[in-house]
Design a protein around this ligand. Structure first.
Ligand SMILES: Cc1cc2nc3c(=O)[nH]c(=O)nc-3n(C[C@H](O)[C@H](O)[C@H](O)COP(=O)(O)O)c2cc1C
Length: 150
């Protein structure tokens, strides 16, 4: 099974760090969204999609990328995010779009990430040091749980 992990991580590299942990545990290719085109999807059987959360949504470039994909068959996907508030529901929009394209969603992950948006900057940011070792361990457990589903 060929695995690709696509991420968009623009604020503090929080989601990239999680993507790296997942790829180290699961294997596969780590793909920065800015370096790829939609046709890369055909090369993979399982694809992870992750980004920070901006105004309660995954990064708009990641959403656009998924919206631009054709329908797929026999492909699995998982989603992951980092955010100030760490709500698993932030993944819902991405999961729905992927399901609509025909992906079978086999898992999702979220954790907190350092956040210096707007007023939070004035107080030194939220979640300083996040994601941290605990989050990396959770991400590794998540990656291991995926192995049982592929
Ligand atoms: C403009 C902006 C908007 C954000 N909106 C939200 C939000 O609605 N909810 C939330 O929990 N975090 C929000 N965040 C925090 C980011 O989701 C968080 O810092 C995330 O870990 C960034 O990931 P990245 O470093 O991989 O880009 C926002 C951050 C920025 C800069």
């Amino acid at each position: 099974m060929k695995i690709g992990i696509i991420y968009k991580s623009v604020h503090h590299g929080n989601t990239k760090r999680i993507a790296e942990v997942i790829v180290n545990s699961l294997g596969g290719d780590l793909l920065d969204l800015k370096d790829i085109k939609a046709d890369v999807v055909k090369d993979y059987d399982l694809i992870g999609f992750g980004s920070g959360i901006f105004y309660s949504k995954p990064h708009k470039d990641l959403m656009k990328f998924v919206e631009g994909l054709g329908n797929v068959e026999d492909k699995k996907a998982f989603v992951f995010s980092t955010s100030g508030r760490d709500k698993l529901e932030f993944n819902s929009m991405l999961k729905e779009k992927l399901s609509g394209k025909g992906f079978e969603i086999i898992g999702e992950f979220s954790c907190k990430g350092f956040d210096t948006w707007g007023p939070f900057k004035l107080i030194g940011g939220l979640n300083k040091g996040k994601p941290d070792e605990e989050d990396f361990k959770s991400a590794e457990r998540f990656a291991n749980s995926l192995k049982e589903k592929i």
